[in-house]
Design a protein around this ligand. Structure first.
Ligand code: FAD
Length: 393
């Protein structure tokens, strides 16, 4: 299919962030919105995402993004259309003992934001999940309605909704250059021809630094692999079971369709760091070393998983910033160039609200969802990495 020769806004990248941005732009009346994806929708981090949908963060910006995205997952059919595969299982976050006071402060911060969460005792967790070992922590954070969703269905649903609002989506089109003149965006060069546009959103995920370089902008994004291990749940573990992040053992887990469990080492551990030129050639095959590590850690929390048969897992690539938070906002000195990249392992659950924030920014020059200024890409050069007041250590 041909691509249009002009657009009011071009969004680069068809992961959750790109489709969500395109959807909100089209919904809010941004005119001709064109999303360009070099492979297919959800071809990058999104398609491999573990899909955890929870709101616990140790900083108010990400907690707000997750909170404002949550209703979209819960009421997807009503708000977007279709089924995003959301399963509400309840969620617990277990932190290392030295972070206990921070846990209390963060739960209080989230309650103030209106997030439905509370502290529960280890006995409460045992009552909810008798299959878990709970004698190594006193308190955990609990979200009764959180769980997980299907990243493919979510992305495709948002893309359909974007199309219904008039956005055009072209797959198999690679953006190869960004045309600038007098400090303003003029258009993009693509594998299928040129598109004139005054506004470009870089939602290229782990490829975000490469796309930014097309406009002469250097971004600190490290691409790294993150692996999901799948195993059969034993009879004593119900399906679906509690979704959890266990920072004592460095593992998270959730149910997967068909009596399976998905487990992975903590996001941010960087199962394997990639060189930028490996971004197009890395293997999606599970790494046995990481699989072993994830299983060992999972069994420390759910001992009955020790004899569970392991099924093929998968590996995805994610782009991480130096402080572990996204790069969001306008690019100083280049009018019409916006960043929504470097999601650092959190982008799926925050995608609906991040897309809304980007659309608001492009259309109105400011965001209603939450102030994203602390996540400006220049914060590192300014020596101001972002951190919540009670960041876990
Ligand atoms: C294994 C794994 C598990 C995860 N688990 C969770 C989780 O449980 N919960 C959670 O919230 N987050 C999770 N994440 C993180 C989350 O999936 C990502 O933050 C999110 O999907 C990033 O979305 P994105 O749209 O920014 O990037 P991507 O999904 O990578 O999309 C970027 C797209 O841009 C395209 N592109 C790149 N260059 C170009 C170009 N030049 N022209 C056109 N298109 C281009 C790519 O093909 C790609 O499709 C996980 C990530 C991984 C890898």
């Amino acid at each position: 299919m041909d691509i249009p020769t002009s657009a009011d806004v071009v969004v680069i990248g068809g992961g959750i962030i790109g489709v969500s941005t395109a959807y909100h732009l089209a919904r809010l009346g941004a005119g001709k919105v064109l999303l360009l994806e070099r492979e297919h929708l959800a071809a990058g981090a999104t398609g491999m995402s573990s899909g955890l949908v929870r709101m616990h963060y140790d900083n108010p910006i990400e907690a707000t993004f997750a909170h404002k995205s949550f209703p979209v997952f819960q009421h997807f059919d009503e708000l977007v259309g279709g089924d995003c595969g959301f399963v509400s299982t309840g969620f617990v976050r277990i932190v290392k003992p030295h972070n206990l006071e921070r846990l209390k402060a963060n739960v209080a911060m989230m309650q103030e934001l209106g997030i439905e969460t509370r502290l529960v005792s280890n006995q409460d967790v045992k009552a909810m999940a008798p299959y878990m070992t709970t004698d190594d922590f006193a308190l955990a954070a609990y979200e009764p309605h959180s769980g997980y969703a299907d990243p493919h269905r979510t992305t495709l649903g948002l893309a359909q909704a974007a199309r219904r609002h008039g956005a055009q989506i072209r797959q198999g089109v690679e953006v190869q250059g960004i045309q600038l003149k007098g400090g303003r965006v003029q258009g993009v060069h693509t594998s299928k021809g040129a598109v004139a546009t005054p506004a470009v959103v870089n939602a290229a995920g782990p490829w975000g630094a490469r796309v930014a370089a097309m406009a002469g902008v250097e971004l600190p994004i490290t691409p790294a692999l993150h692996q999901a291990t799948i195993l059969e749940a034993p009879p004593q573990v119900p399906s679906p079971h509690l979704t959890f992040i266990d920072r004592i053992n460095g593992v998270y887990g959730r149910s997967e369709t068909g009596n399976l469990t998905l487990a992975a080492t903590s996001v941010g551990e960087h199962d394997k760091v990639l060189e930028p030129d490996e971004l197009d050639s890395f293997s999606h095959a599970p790494m046995p070393r990481i699989q072993f590590q994830a299983l060992e850690r999972l069994c420390a929390r759910i001992p009955s998983m020790a004899t569970s048969p392991v099924r093929p897992g998968h590996v995805g690539v994610e782009g991480y910033s130096p402080d572990g938070h996204a790069l969001l906002g306008p690019v100083p000195g280049i009018e019409g160039f916006y960043l929504a990249t470097g999601m650092s392992g959190h982008g799926f659950k925050e995608g609906p609200a991040i897309g809304q924030a980007l659309a608001e920014l492009v259309l109105h020059g400011r965001t209603e969802v939450v102030d994203i200024t602390p996540l400006r890409a220049t914060r590192f050069a300014e020596g101001k990495p972002y951190q919540g007041p009670h960041a876990y250590q």
